[in-house]
Design a protein around this ligand. Structure first.
Ligand code: URA
Length: 431
């Protein structure tokens, strides 16, 4: 086989075989195929797409490029969720302990944030001492004994994806449905869980701006996972405005604590519960959605879910005093954004709100950037809310940079109009 022939074949719109795709992934991971040929191949995929079979072979070849975590020593059905990335998405922080408090086994490997979207690992690191790098044996043991572990990517999971993702990032080939599906699923399949619920975000704060693209991506990922023997569901949820109110690492832990204590914002609670219901049913812990919802409500109301979060933080070395005195998670220095006129909130550009938090120091443009855990945005309004001129619509928790820019971005992102508008949060379930 010759890489130039395979690039040509894809460039001309033909489907590649399993052997050909495996050859490309193995060759690139080992460094035999250079970046310039892989870039050409990725661009050919970007323009010519891949059919579902090719995307599945790609995901499997990328999964097989490194370690596959064996969770079979843990009794029961191991569950996992994955979000395609949005602004203010702190669902994992809430759902992990919530499900574990109901007897599920949650084995979660999460990522860091890049660009305007946050990452669970950065959020957890805003709790001093919380260890995200956990030895794989300790990870398995913690899932077994505590029911939940949330760690960074451990072991050598899908190294082909690490290399390819970095190349896609600099060759304008990120937003390709087969490449995104294979990238996400290679890591999910390698991490060893039995049931996976994908939260596929759609809207201007998400990778997928259009519902039809989000649905295509969701269907493809469900198909790849199902073929690999996993119980799969994908839920399309709205990212037309940030999820919840708080954006920024410490602020999102703050809001996760509030939610675990029964005081969470309605949209955040709803997305968490819908995914939670699905995973409780997949794990055989609830017979239907209505039973699952009652279980989720009860474990929050009686304090078990919050206690499990405290146990999780303690097990991974975090200072639990931050959970009981959550003001320590956020900066004492603040600034405010006010409404420019009276009316209804008709749009909130989640992407710009994410960028505003980034300018304050909550995110990074390159992996080398340092994050300030205590900064971010507390957005007091949602689409459909009524505001009067000069009402405070956002509080910024700040340090020493980006305040003017962040204020401008938020003023630009929050649109005030005359008509009351509503948005659909839970759009569709696939699988
Ligand atoms: N998340 C991933 O892990 N990979 C992609 O390609 C996009 C989002």
């Amino acid at each position: 086989m010759h890489i130039v022939d395979l690039i040509t074949k894809k460039r001309d719109g033909f489907a590649l075989t399993k052997e050909e795709i495996t050859y490309i992934i193995k060759g690139y991971t080992k460094g035999i195929i250079p970046d310039y040929q892989m870039s050409a191949f990725l661009m050919a995929v970007y323009f010519q797409q891949m059919n579902h079979e090719e995307a599945t072979y790609l995901a499997l070849a990328m999964r097989d490029s490194g370690d596959i975590i064996d969770l079979s020593a843990i009794e029961g059905i191991k569950v996992d969720k994955h979000s395609t990335g949005g602004v203010g998405d702190k669902v994992t922080l809430i759902l992990g302990p919530l499900l574990a408090s109901l007897g599920a086994k949650v084995a979660k490997m999460s990522g860091r944030g890049l660009g305007h979207t946050g990452g669970t690992i950065d959020k957890l690191e805003s709790i001093p001492g919380y260890q995200v790098e956990v030895d794989i044996h300790d990870f398995i043991q913690q899932v077994e004994t505590l029911g939940v572990a949330i760690v960074g990517q451990s072991g050598d999971v899908a190294p082909a994806d690490k290399k390819i993702y970095a190349l896609r990032d600099v060759t304008a080939t990120i937003d390709s449905i087969p490449l995104i599906a294979a990238s996400i699923m290679s890591k999910k399949l390698a991490s060893g869980t039995d049931a996976i619920c994908l939260d596929v975000k759609v809207g201007h704060g998400a990778f997928m701006k259009e519902e039809k693209d989000a649905e295509e991506l969701a269907k493809l990922m469900v198909e790849i996972g199902t073929l690999a023997g996993k119980k799969m569901t994908a839920i399309l949820t709205g990212m037309d405005e940030p999820l919840g109110h708080k954006i920024g690492n410490g602020l999102e832990v703050y809001e996760a604590i509030e939610t675990l204590q029964g005081k969470g914002p309605q949209d955040l609670v709803e997305v968490t519960f819908v995914i939670g219901e699905q995973l409780l049913m997949d794990a055989g812990l609830a017979k239907d959605q209505s039973e699952a919802r009652k279980m989720l409500e009860k474990t929050i109301a009686d304090g078990s879910a919050f206690n499990k979060f405290a146990e999780l933080v303690a097990a991974q070395g975090g200072d639990t005093s931050y959970l009981f005195d959550k003001e320590k998670l956020i900066s004492k220095k603040t600034a405010f954004v006010k409404a420019s006129k009276s009316g209804y909130i008709t749009d909130i550009n989640a992407l710009d709100i994410g960028k505003a938090a980034g300018r304050l120091g909550a995110g990074r443009e390159t992996m080398a950037d340092v994050i300030y855990p205590e900064v971010g945005v507390d957005l007091h309004v949602k689409i459909g809310d009524k505001v009067e001129k000069d009402d405070v619509i956002a509080t910024l928790y700040i340090r020493d940079k980006g305040v003017g820019e962040a204020i401008k971005l938020i003023e630009h992102a929050v649109i005030i109009g005359k008509e009351k508008k509503t948005v659909t949060l839970i759009k569709k379930t696939i699988g």
